[in-house]
Ligand binder design. Structure first.
Ligand code: ZN
Length: 446
């Protein structure tokens, strides 16, 4: 069978498996992958982390002591669909239409699961003899905490999944003419709750009252207007690779002019400015607030939950110090605490891999072979998190988000489809991605 047909078959089955997280029930798709591999005579190991939840590992042992490479961790769980009626096709049917495969999870990230699985199988079939171990790792639970997926594997079976290099989701986006991104790092999360104490009294006589909601409103104003220090070390390689003019580059590369440049850019595209800004500073966004119980009572309690994203290297102390500066003279009226763990609290530091490792060089040469010599890889640190963080943290793995998007969908449309309506992947992307992964593995481990 042609590689492309095998990939679309696998994707269709996994889309129809509907591994919506929660609850996940990822064993359905794990078994799909297991069956496919065993049809090629490949044995895989399954690690069950909870009832109906599990992860799969297949290994081709290396013949030398070359660094190892993992395809994955590639997650089979998907997020729910809010309103099926908004979709042009049913989201769990795995429809192929207009040269795309449609469905929830198709882009995030079943096309990579399927491509990596098929590439692994084909390499096995042709008797590929890797210099270092080649591992295929398919996981559950990326869309929640990873506690039944990648995080669980790294904690419970470190000797099995330890790896020097890996390629997983994110990246490969056509960000400009002849420009494809790769993601070599992620920002951290420090989701924080700010608590305010007031004094309850009757709402009909508020003169001189101590109102927790009013305090909260003032604090929200302060933290949302505060600009944490900017840094250019992550932005510089990005704008260099984007090939923009020298003058703009100079202004963008200087922390004193950066704020001005973002303000200018925001007049043309708020989205672009917001995106570039993520690479330059810790961001603070107060997003959920609660306070007061009844309209005729001055509230005694209020809190606001703040989405804080840190740059690699910024620790929890830094976060608290910045918040104290932002709150200024209000600081004594606020209790700063981490969000409860079940709401995603607990400090998760930013993490980063070598931007110019041997694997990046291989990816670059394969990109040029497939997309033309003029194509440049653009190094990017993502504001969001993937399973890469567990591997970077546990083993110091050089982890990269990369695949090959064709240019049939504009970047804006592509980005809106993650967890969005009418999620789909062009067949051209499947072809490029599978060819690309195949060549990367051959060049890196062959
Ligand atoms: Zn994903």
């Amino acid at each position: 069978m042609e590689m492309l047909d095998e990939i679309t078959d696998l994707m269709q089955e996994m889309i129809r498996n509907k591994c919506i997280n929660p609850p996940g029930n990822e064993m359905k798709s794990i078994r799909t992958v297991e069956r496919f591999l065993s049809s090629y005579g490949i044995e895989s190991e399954i690690f069950v982390s909870a009832p109906e939840r599990g992860n799969l590992l297949a290994v081709m042992e290396g013949s030398g002591n070359h660094p190892s490479l993992m395809l994955g961790p590639a997650h089979v769980d998907v997020v729910p669909v809010e309103n099926e009626k908004d979709w042009a096709v049913p989201p769990f049917d795995g429809v192929i239409k207009d040269c795309c495969i449609w469905g929830r999870g198709s882009l995030d990230m079943l096309y990579i699961v399927a491509s990596q699985t098929v590439v692994f199988a084909k390499l096995h079939q042709e008797g590929f003899n890797p210099k270092g171990d080649l591992k295929l790792c398919i996981v559950a639970d990326e869309e929640a905490s990873g506690n039944y997926g990648a995080n669980w594997l790294v904690k419970n079976h470190p000797e099995k999944v330890k790896v020097d290099y890996l390629i997983t989701e994110a990246g490969g986006d056509p960000i400009g003419p002849n420009r494809l991104t790769y993601v070599y790092g992620e920002k951290g999360t420090a989701w924080t709750r700010l608590r305010f104490q007031g004094e309850e009294q009757h709402g009909s006589a508020p003169y001189g009252s101590n109102n927790a909601v009013v305090k909260m409103a003032k604090a929200i104003q302060r933290v949302s207007e505060y600009q944490p220090p900017r840094h250019t070390s992550l932005l510089k390689p990005f704008i260099n690779a984007m090939g923009i003019g020298t003058f703009t580059k100079a202004l963008m590369g200087n922390t004193r002019t950066l704020g001005f440049m973002f303000a200018q850019l925001a007049r043309r595209s708020k989205k672009d400015a917001a995106f570039l800004n993520t690479m330059t500073q810790m961001t603070i966004s107060p997003n959920v607030c609660k306070g007061g119980a009844k309209v005729n009572t001055v509230p005694g309690q209020a809190y606001v939950d703040v989405d804080i994203r840190t740059l690699p290297g910024q620790d929890e102390e830094y976060v608290f110090a910045q918040l104290r500066i932002a709150l200024g003279r209000m600081v004594d009226e606020v209790t700063i605490e981490s969000l409860p763990v079940d709401l995603g609290g607990g400090f998760n530091p930013g993490n980063i891999s070598d931007m110019e490792s041997p694997l990046v060089k291989v990816i670059e040469s394969v990109v040029k072979d497939l997309r033309g010599q003029k194509t440049t890889l653009v190094p990017m640190v993502s504001p969001g998190a993937t399973d890469s963080r567990f591997f970077r943290r546990a083993f110091g793995t050089n982890a990269y988000g990369f695949s090959f998007h064709d240019e049939s969908l504009a970047i804006g449309e592509l980005m809106s489809m993650f967890h969005g309506t009418n999620e789909r992947v062009p067949l051209g992307t499947l072809e490029l991605t599978s060819k690309g992964y195949m060549e990367i593995v051959r060049k890196f481990l062959g």
